[in-house]
Structure formats: structure tokens, C-alpha cells
Design a protein around this ligand. Structure first.
Ligand SMILES: C[S@@+](CC[C@H](N)C(=O)[O-])C[C@H]1O[C@@H](n2cnc3c(N)ncnc32)[C@H](O)[C@@H]1O
Length: 415
């Protein structure tokens, strides 16, 4: 099938996705098969005007993976941040989940905030995705097994009622979340004058090229309070730090603030060479003290003495270094770990995550090692599929995705 050469740039302009022509062609062929349609040209000419079909095509281009309490440390950190902010200001806290997919992430935020003891009037969650059919599913609040993949499922008893073979989310949680269709690259309609305190933008930036990541992150920054919190996916930290945000260094939370809020005071030249420049002197004193406050807030609650262990494991320490933007130190630590014991799938996987895009070949080797050691390592399969797609090895990427999907189904069956 010959693709209209204008199509990939149009899809890219609408979504920001860095899609190669052949990848788009493959997705379109799959949709034609699924729809049992033979008229490829007709399909291609209507796709940009047909919202529902465009959404289905998009699902083949972006893995629409999500589940409740995915990355619990990030959720716990966001909830604690929001609770403390409300305690200080007394005004309702505004949170944004973008992209929200089928709603698991914003509903998780609402459940976690209720769990901190905040009443309904103390917070509101806005949830945005480009894909309207996903939003419709989110609004229904009815979920199957795949949404319950977290290790700790105690929230299910607190907030869900079984309905047939599914679970219905409690109305009081659903009432906290407002769903809206929107594109991260065109967020004007979200600017209603009130800024967000917390923004979760997880597992979308990885699909963008560097320039589009910059656009997306500057749109998000414009929607946030200057001392608000941004949480991204663990493999998206580097992009966020390249485009205006600074890591808070909270292990496993991938938490950041705007760089202007986090900028440490300029070290004084030694010996003092010149009088301070006007601009530096004009900085309001609060900005200088902000990082200390933010960091204090970001410290995890102290563990009870009986649970205090000998300290973080080398993998936790490497993750902490990576989260803090100290990728080179994290890499050295992981390489030392692997030199001592090559059998640690988790260390190979983390190494692959922290390597920059330019070192994709090394990341691929590390992922293959992780999968050799742990063939059912779901995130390693997804990550490797992405690397193969970017390299144009679409058949291989497709096989990896199928393998990942089988594992996911099995996990769902076991739940
Ligand atoms: C992997 S899901 C992420 C869901 C959730 N944040 C999480 O991490 O569990 C990716 C979502 O990005 C959405 N998406 C793709 N392009 C987008 C865009 N330009 N603007 C907003 N959402 C987009 C897709 O529809 C999909 O639901």
C-alpha cells in the first residue's frame, strides 16, 4: 500500500508523535485488516476527519497502557505534596493528569488524596487525553482485570464494587475528576486563569522527538504554579530536565519543579571578583529559599525504627541518582553492580533506561540481557519494542509487543 506522503507529517503535526512512514503504514494496514476494509486510499483520505477512527489508529501508535496505582511512589509523593499544600494555603488544590488514557491515573490521584484524609472540597483533578473513546471509557468508571495490576490492591475494597466480571468505581471518586479532550501541544483551552499545583505527565513524552518534548513541557510549565510539582515517567526525567525542569531527587517518583523555582543561589565567586550584578540582587529572597523548602517537603516520611534497614540497595541508589539527574554516577554504580554480578535483570533494565537516545544500541544490549535473565520482564519488552520501532525494525517491534501483551493478559488472569 502506498501512503500519501502528506499523511505522516499531518499525523505528526496533530499529535506530536515522532512516527516513521513505515510504522504508520503498518498501523494503517492493521486497522484495515481489523475493519475488513480493502479501500486503503479511501481510508487514508478520511482518517484525519474521523475522530473515532483516528483514536483507534493512535492506539496502535502509542501503547495505551495504564493501570491503577502504577508507580505507587510517584502517586504517594504527589498526594503528600498536594495535602501539604492544602494544609498551608487552605484553598482547593488543582491536579492535572495528562495524558489520562482510560482514567486509571487521575482516579488513582483522587483515591490517594482521599487516603491522606483530604475531603472532597479540598481538591479537584482535571484529566485530559487526545483520545475521546478512551475518555468515554474513563467516564463510565467500570474496569476489568488489566486495570488492577498493582501489587497492593487494597484500594479495590475501599473504592470499588464488583459488577459482573468488572469493578465499578465509587461515585465520590468519580465526582472528583473532570475529563476533557485535549492535545498536549494545544492546551490553550485549559488556561482558565487558575494554575495547577500538581501535574502528572507520564508515558507520553517518550513518543516525541526532542523538539516536540520541549514544546509539550513548555505548555505544561505555562499551566503550572511556579512552585508546583511535575511528575513524569522514569524514562522521561532526562527530557524534562533538558527542557526547563529540575529534579527533586525523590526516589522512584520522577518528581520535578520548574528550574526557576529550584535554581540554587549562585555560588559566590572566590575570591570575590566583581560586585553582584543588579539582576542577581533583584531576585526576591523567597526564590532563594525555595529549593530548601521544596526538598524538605519531598523527603519521605521516616520509617518506623523496626523497619529501618541497612540503607538503600545499590539499585535503589542508582535509581535515586538517575532521578536526581546524576545519570553518569548512576551508570557507574550500575556497571559496578553488574561487574560483580551479571545476573541482575533489574540492573540491566535500569541501565537501559538511563542511557540517552544517542546510545540506543547499548540500551538495546542491556534490555536483551534483562530479557535473557527474566523473559517475562514486561517493561523491558515495551522499552525494547520502542527502540526497535524507532530504528524502523517494525516486525521485531510487533513481535515484542505481542509478547508483552501475552504477559499482560496472563498477569490479568492471575489477578
Ligand atoms: C501510555 S498512555 C499514558 C497513560 C497514563 N499517563 C499512564 O502513565 O499510565 C498514553 C496516552 O497518550 C495519549 N496521547 C497521545 N498523543 C497525545 C497528545 N498529543 N496529547 C494528549 N494525549 C495524547 C494516548 O491517547 C494515550 O492514552
Amino acid at each position: 500500500m502506498k501512503l500519501d506522503p502528506r499523511l505522516a507529517p499531518l499525523v505528526r503535526a496533530r499529535t506530536g508523535l515522532a512516527i516513521a512512514d513505515d510504522m504508520l503504514g503498518r498501523a494503517i494496514r492493521q486497522r484495515l485488516r481489523e475493519r475488513q476494509e480493502a479501500d486503503a486510499e479511501g481510508y487514508v483520505s478520511r482518517i484525519l476527519d474521523d475522530e473515532a477512527e483516528f483514536a483507534d489508529l493512535l492506539d496502535l501508535l502509542v501503547i495505551p497502557e495504564t493501570w491503577f496505582f502504577r508507580d505507587p511512589q510517584a502517586i504517594a509523593h504527589a498526594a503528600r505534596f498536594a495535602q501539604e499544600r492544602h494544609a498551608r494555603s487552605g484553598v482547593p488544590v488543582r491536579l492535572l493528569s495528562l495524558p489520562c488514557s482510560t482514567g486509571e491515573e487521575p482516579y488513582t490521584l483522587a483515591m490517594a488524596l482521599f487516603d491522606t484524609g483530604l475531603p472532597a472540597a479540598a481538591f479537584e483533578v482535571t484529566a485530559v487525553d487526545i483520545n475521546e473513546p478512551s475518555l468515554e471509557r474513563a467516564r463510565r468508571g467500570l474496569y476489568g482485570r488489566n486495570s488492577f495490576r498493582a501489587r497492593d490492591l487494597s484500594f479495590r475494597d475501599r473504592y470499588f464494587e464488583p459488577q459482573g466480571d468488572r469493578q465499578r468505581l465509587a461515585e465520590r471518586v468519580r465526582n472528583q475528576v473532570r475529563f476533557r479532550q485535549g492535545n498536549i501541544l494545544q492546551l490553550g483551552s485549559l488556561r482558565d486563569g487558575t494554575a495547577f499545583d500538581v501535574v502528572l505527565c507520564r508515558n507520553l513524552l517518550i513518543y516525541f522527538d526532542d523538539q516536540t518534548q520541549g514544546r509539550a513541557l513548555s505548555h505544561l510549565a505555562a499551566l503550572m504554579h511556579d512552585d508546583g510539582l511535575l511528575c513524569v515517567g522514569s524514562s522521561e526525567m532526562v527530557s524534562a530536565m533538558r527542557h526547563g525542569f529540575a529534579s527533586l531527587g525523590v526516589a522512584h517518583a520522577s518528581a520535578l519543579v520548574k528550574r526557576q523555582a529550584a535554581a540554587p543561589e549562585q555560588p559566590r565567586p572566590h575570591p570575590p571578583a566583581a560586585p553582584p550584578r543588579r539582576k542577581a540582587a533583584a531576585r526576591p529572597p523567597a526564590a532563594a529559599t525555595l529549593p530548601a523548602r521544596l526538598r524538605a517537603r519531598s523527603l519521605p516520611a521516616p520509617a518506623p525504627a523496626s523497619l529501618v534497614s541497612a540503607g538503600p540497595s545499590p539499585l535503589e541508589e542508582a535509581q535515586r541518582l538517575a532521578d536526581a539527574g546524576r545519570g553518569a554516577e548512576a551508570e557507574t554504580l550500575l556497571r559496578n553492580v553488574l561487574e560483580a554480578d551479571r545476573g541482575q535483570a533489574g540492573a540491566h533494565f535500569l541501565l537501559a533506561l538511563i542511557l540517552p537516545d544517542a546510545r540506543a544500541a547499548e540500551a538495546e544490549r542491556a534490555l536483551r540481557q534483562a530479557l535473557y535473565l527474566e523473559p517475562g520482564h514486561y517493561p523491558a519488552l515495551c522499552r525494547l519494542a520502542l527502540i526497535c520501532e524507532r530504528a524502523g525494525r517494525l516486525d521485531e517491534a510487533g513481535r515484542l509487543r505481542e509478547r508483552a501483551a501475552r504477559i499482560q493478559t496472563r498477569a490479568g488472569d492471575d489477578a
